[in-house]
Structures are given as structure tokens and as C-alpha cells.
Design a protein around this ligand. Structure first.
Ligand code: B12
Length: 488
């Protein structure tokens, strides 16, 4: 027998546990699964028992999952899936059904929200899926307890004798974010010590990430918006301040990384929030991502006073014509001005770039390098362009180049898509060269030296993992020499 009002939520690792030690992005960055933690808190409030297993933070968790299934006997196991972690989620669902016959699986997250019923045809281990945000839909599914779920909006279930999947349709309204409880951080084993922000992205520990809005009104070609679609909802400044106060008082958190797509989209909210951080300081600093259109000198100065330590900006490419094909307002001069303005305010800047977009050439990559290197950018991230189901560009991707849709490798660390006129090997070479050139610049090196006192914990972590970073670089070089494009 399984328990009626008990759920096990799992954040899959995405690949075999043995490889976790060599996953360079995981070594540098382990973030709490905020979606699962938010659902856990919401379900808890409705009297539903929840456990969370985060395999990303604890890679070897199969036994723990089995033990929890046998001990708690949940009626549902919920799996959160990006595209690259989907197959691992299916493996865990099968493992669960073997360990606890009768347990039913429910899948959620971006990959499921994008592909919906299509997935059910090839993956019989899927009993249910939630499309879009999960709190209310999952609670209603648990409460239906095996009754006909066809009246619950936002889910996919199997119907009739042949088990054909049926989507009940989108929920009418997005959840009012201030009505949600704070995420159940306490259900994440070892929080906050078992989580870590990217190296050189924080001044002190303990730290964590936070989301204070859902959705984005823009429609960039490469962005998968299938979960929150084009809505933009946000927590009020008061809720946000209380959330940070809670993190400070209950867990001792001293720095926050906001993962909002558009933290400053609503200027009034940021004004009010920074006002509270200035008038009633919490002893906390924060990072956030901004778009050039939504910042100005006064706001940036205010944010600095309130504790803003670093701002990230999506640059994507330094070639304006290429940018115009993929994003609205492709104004690189305005972006450059704003980056200089942020830097002048004493805030660290991070540029987010992509390489391998449809239409990329040797020349556009050269433009990107020149652009980035002409700006006071302290840190940058260069992702390998990956066309995710749910992103606008996915629809016509096969017309734009060659695409090997191997989901497990669609983690922005592999060139699964190669635009016309390029080869994967050449893209890999240019990718390596971009990073190498960045790290060879004296200004950048001096910046990292300054991190000795601005973020001493980052240096400790860097030195502890230095062997893995060197091994990663060597393996990449060997693969490149052999003409194989994929990193390990
Ligand atoms: C923070 C973040 C990260 C963090 C941490 C992720 C984590 N542990 O949760 C880091 C930096 C590690 C990361 C890594 C990656 N990320 Co990321 N990330 C995000 C980001 C910005 C916020 C995620 C978040 O917390 N959202 C807020 C919560 C409330 O929403 P949510 O997680 O979607 O959960 C809700 C619903 O999806 C649903 N739901 C989710 N899971 C489940 C499970 C069940 C059972 C149910 C019922 C419902 C449900 O209910 C939740 C609550 O409403 C999103 C973009 C975004 N704005 O959402 C991208 C995003 C999820 N990432 C993306 C990508 C591509 C990646 C990477 C592949 C590449 C990269 N380096 O960026 C890796 C893959 C990691 C992996 N193994 O899966 C894509 C995913 C696209 C896709 N189809 O796969 C997104 C959507 C960005 C985008 N727009 O393209 N990411």
C-alpha cells in the first residue's frame, strides 16, 4: 500500500553518479532546486507530507530514494526535468516502480512543459505530468488520490484502455507569488552548506540563490519559456525583504544570487526593496541579472548602497547583426554604456555569452571577443548554443544547420547544433580560444588576484578543485587534437 498524502520529489543529476566529480559546471556551481522546494512548502501547507532528494547536490542517491520509498511509501514520485536531465528522471521513475509497486510518477519542469503529450508515447514510465508551474496542480493531483484527474487543469494523464495521454489545458491564472510560502529550504539535506554559488560570484559564505519573479516578457530565440510563458509576475518588495530576512535569521545566509530573468523590470519594486535594505540592513549582499533597458544611474547607485555586489547582463554575441536575428533591442552601444555605468558604481559585472548561434561565423566570434574585451567585464560565461524544445528557434532549427538532438548532451557544454558553414571541431577550437584569451588578459588576471580578499572562499574552492579544472582542460585539448568535439 502507498500513503495517500505523501510525495517524494526528486531533482535528478542528469547522468551517471560516477561522472559527477568531473562535471566542471557542477563543481563550480550547485544551486538549490527552488521549484521543488517551493512546491514542497506549498504542499506542506495543504497537509501533504513531502521529502526532497536533490541528486545534483548528492549524486549517489539511488539507495536514499529506495529507502525513502520503502519507509514513507508515497503515492507519487515527482521528477523535475530539464532537457538534459530527462532520461535520468525516467531511469529514477523505473527504479521507483520496481522498489515500490503502485507508486505513480509525475514529471514536471521545462522539458515536460515544452514537449507535453509527445513524451508519453515513448516513455511508459510516465503516469502524469504537470505543464507550467507546479504548486497548485500537484497539490490537486495528490488530493484527487486516484480519482479521475481530468478536471485538474495543467496536467497530462493517461486516459482510456490504451492509456493515451491527454492534456487538460493550461491553468487559467498564474499563481499570485506573495501567496506562496517561502521555499522549504530545510528539506534540502545540508542546506546551505551543501550548495555553492559559482566560484568568484560571491563575497562571502553561506550564500544561496533566490527567485523573486516568474516569467519574462521578452521573446529571445534561444530561450525556453514553456514553464512560465510570457507572463511576468513578481513578489512585492515587502515579501522579498521578509524572504531575505528569513534566510538570514534561520540559515545565516549572507549573500544572495537572484536568478530572476529580469530583476529590475519593475523599477518601483526595486526602489522599494533597496529602500528597505538601506533603512533596515540585513548584513547581506546580492547579485542579480539585468537588461540594459531596465537600469539607470540612479537605480544602480541605489542598488550598490543596498548591497548589490555583481550584476549579470546577457550579451549573447558582440555582433549586432547576429544579435538582431535572435533578440529584441539589439543595441550594443547602449549595452556597453550600461556596463561601464555599473562598473563605475562599484559593482562587479558579468557578461553572459553564447557561441554557435545559428548564423555564427568566424567573423561574428571575432566581433564578440573584441566587444567583450573592450568592456570592463570582470567575469563571463560562454555557453555553447543549444536549441531547446520550447525555444522559438527550435521550430526551424533543422533549416539552419545540423542538429543532433541527443537530450542528455543538451547541457550547453556540447555543440549539438552546428550552424551552416561551421564545423563542431572549429567551434570547439574558437570556444577554447575565447576562454583562454579572456584569462590571459592582465586586467582580468588582476581582477582574480583581487578576489583573494574580495572572495577568499572562492580561491579556497578553486585551489581544492584545481586538479579537476586542469584535467578538464587537458581532456578537452586531447579531444580537439583528435578532432572530436565533445568535452567529457
Ligand atoms: C537557476 C537555474 C539554474 C541553476 C540551478 C537549477 C536548479 N537546480 O533548479 C543552474 C545554474 C545550476 C542551472 C543549470 C542549468 N540550466 Co538552468 N535555469 C535556472 C533558472 C534561471 C531558474 C530555475 C528556477 O529556480 N526557477 C524558478 C522555479 C520556481 O521554477 P521551476 O524550477 O521551473 O519549477 C516550477 C515548474 O517548472 C514546475 N516544476 C518543476 N519541476 C517539477 C517537478 C514536478 C514533479 C512538478 C509537478 C512540477 C515541477 O513547478 C515548479 C514550481 O512552480 C531557469 C530559468 C527560469 N527562469 O526558470 C533556467 C533553466 C531551467 N535552465 C536551463 C538550462 C538550459 C540549464 C543548463 C542545461 C545549462 C546551463 N548551464 O544553464 C543546466 C542544466 C542543469 C541540469 N542538470 O538540469 C533552461 C532549461 C531548458 C531546458 N529545456 O532544458 C532554463 C529554463 C533557462 C531557459 N529559459 O532556457 N540552471
Amino acid at each position: 500500500m502507498t500513503a495517500r498524502k505523501q510525495v517524494l520529489l526528486v531533482h535528478p543529476l542528469g547522468y551517471g553518479a560516477a561522472a559527477a566529480g568531473q562535471d566542471i559546471s557542477r563543481l563550480a556551481n550547485i544551486m538549490p532546486p527552488l521549484g521543488l522546494a517551493s512546491m514542497a512548502a506549498y504542499l506542506g501547507r495543504r497537509g501533504i507530507g513531502v521529502d526532497i532528494v536533490d541528486c545534483y547536490a548528492r549524486p549517489d542517491s539511488d539507495r536514499l530514494i529506495r529507502d525513502l520509498l520503502l519507509d514513507r511509501r508515497p503515492g507519487l514520485i515527482g521528477l523535475s526535468c530539464t532537457t538534459s536531465s530527462f532520461h535520468d528522471a525516467v531511469r529514477i521513475a523505473l527504479l521507483a516502480k520496481q522498489a515500490l509497486p503502485g507508486v505513480r510518477s509525475v514529471f514536471g519542469g521545462p522539458h515536460v512543459s515544452a514537449l507535453k503529450e509527445k513524451l508519453f508515447v515513448d516513455y511508459p514510465a510516465m503516469d502524469f505530468a504537470v505543464v507550467g508551474e507546479g504548486e497548485e496542480a500537484l497539490a490537486e493531483l495528490v488530493e484527487a488520490d486516484g480519482d479521475d484527474p481530468s478536471g485538474i487543469k495543467g496536467i497530462i494523464h493517461r486516459e482510456g484502455g490504451d492509456g493515451a495521454p491527454r492534456f487538460t489545458g493550461y491553468r487559467e491564472r498564474g499563481i499570485e507569488l506573495d501567496s506562496l510560502p517561502f521555499p522549504a529550504y530545510e528539506k534540502l539535506a545540508g542546506f546551505p552548506a551543501s550548495y555553492m554559488l559559482p566560484i568568484f560570484n560571491y563575497p562571502r559564505t553561506p550564500n544561496t540563490s533566490c527567485i523573486s519573479s516568474r516569467g519574462c516578457p521578452y521573446a529571445c530565440s534561444y530561450c525556453d519559456r514553456s514553464v512560465f510563458r510570457r507572463t511576468f509576475r513578481y513578489n512585492s518588495a515587502e515579501y522579498l525583504y521578509d524572504h531575505l530576512k528569513y534566510l538570514r535569521e534561520r540559515f545565516g545566509i549572507r549573500h544572495i544570487n537572484f536568478y530572476d530573468d529580469q530583476f529590475t523590470f519593475n523599477r518601483k519594486r526595486v526602489e522599494a526593496f533597496t529602500g528597505m535594505m538601506i533603512d533596515k540592513p540585513l548584513g547581506m549582499t546580492f547579485n542579480c541579472a539585468v537588461r540594459a533597458e531596465h537600469i539607470d544611474p540612479e537605480l544602480v547607485r541605489r542598488m550598490k548602497t543596498a548591497g548589490c555586489w555583481m550584476m549579470s547582463l546577457g550579451i549573447e554575441t558582440g555582433d549586432e547583426a547576429l544579435l538582431a536575428q535572435h533578440r529584441q533591442n539589439p543595441d550594443l552601444a547602449q549595452l556597453a554604456d550600461k556596463i561601464r555605468m555599473i562598473k563605475r558604481a562599484g559593482i562587479r559585472t558579468k557578461g553572459l555569452l553564447m557561441i554557435g548561434l545559428p548564423g555564427e561565423t568566424e567573423e561574428t566570434i571575432r566581433h564578440s571577443k573584441e566587444y567583450v574585451f573592450s568592456l570592463p567585464i570582470d567575469d563571463f560565461n560562454l555557453a555553447k548554443f543549444t536549441p531547446f524544445p520550447g525555444s522559438p528557434v527550435y521550430e526551424k532549427i533543422h533549416e539552419l544547420g545540423t542538429f543532433d538532438e541527443d537530450w542528455e548532451k543538451m547541457d550547453c557544454m556540447h555543440f549539438q547544433f552546428v550552424t551552416k558553414g561551421m564545423t563542431a571541431a572549429r567551434l570547439e577550437e574558437l570556444f577554447q580560444d575565447f576562454y583562454r584569451s579572456h584569462f590571459q588578459r592582465p586586467k582580468v588576471l588582476m581582477g582574480y588576484v583581487a578576489m583573494l580578499w574580495r572572495s577568499p572562499d572562492s580561491w579556497l574552492r578553486f585551489l581544492r578543485s584545481a586538479g579537476d579544472f586542469v584535467r578538464f582542460t587537458r581532456v578537452n585539448k586531447r579531444l580537439m587534437d583528435e578532432g572530436a568535439p565533445d568535452p567529457p
